[in-house]
Design a protein around this ligand. Structure first.
Ligand SMILES: [Zn+2]
Ligand SMILES: [Zn+2]
Length: 187
């Protein structure tokens, strides 16, 4: 059964620069759309990645630098096949190992969809781009979205208050929105 769509079945409208749908088997999105919009320099991304890995007791190896370049180039949540496509000659096992190390060091963020599918991206810490994800419940596409800074701050405050009420100190939050993507709505 096709997924539920809004009554008018109008396509999801995203703001300028957010056309980075990581659609399975489909287009991989505009590689530079979001990062060029937030003007983060690749050299800064590498500097933060190196610092995070060093602090976590790991080396910033050539393979890890290449992987950061691949993720920055994709500029959207990427599946392992998408990463492998852009990393010719690198074994899947070493990609998984490097992604795991970098996730643990806070360089890479993983977005799990369902039980079996994962997307990888550079963490907000590295890109300095706090954002959320729209997850399609039909095809498992994941799309990055940014909220206005004021909305982001007020969510952070509300979550911090709720966490403190039960004795938690908030360090970060992850908030994904589940829905049906434009392609599935149109299908
Ligand atoms: Zn979909
Ligand atoms: Zn993301």
């Amino acid at each position: 059964m096709p997924g539920w769509c809004p009554a008018d079945r109008s396509p999801v409208r995203l703001g300028a620069g957010y056309g980075t749908t990581a659609h399975p088997g489909g287009r991989t999105g505009d590689a530079t759309a979001r990062f060029s919009a937030i003007l983060i320099l690749v050299s800064e991304i590498h500097a933060v990645a190196r610092r995070q890995l060093t602090n976590a007791g790991h080396n910033y190896t050539r393979g890890r630098q290449d992987l950061v370049d691949v993720l920055a180039g994709i500029g959207a949540p990427a599946t392992m096949p998408m990463i492998m496509q852009r990393s010719p000659g690198l074994a899947q096992s070493s990609l998984y190992r490097n992604l795991a190390v970098m996730e643990q060091a806070g360089v890479v963020a993983r977005v799990d969809v369902g039980d079996t599918k994962s997307y990888y991206e550079l963490s907000d810490l590295v890109t300095e781009d706090p954002h959320h994800h729209l997850v399609c419940s039909d095809c498992s596409a994941v799309v990055d979205i940014n909220l206005p800074p004021r909305a982001e701050r007020s969510i952070e405050r509300a979550l911090g208050d709720a966490a403190r009420d039960v004795g938690f100190e908030l360090t970060e939050h992850r908030l994904d929105i589940i829905g049906v993507c434009a392609q599935c709505c149109a299908a």
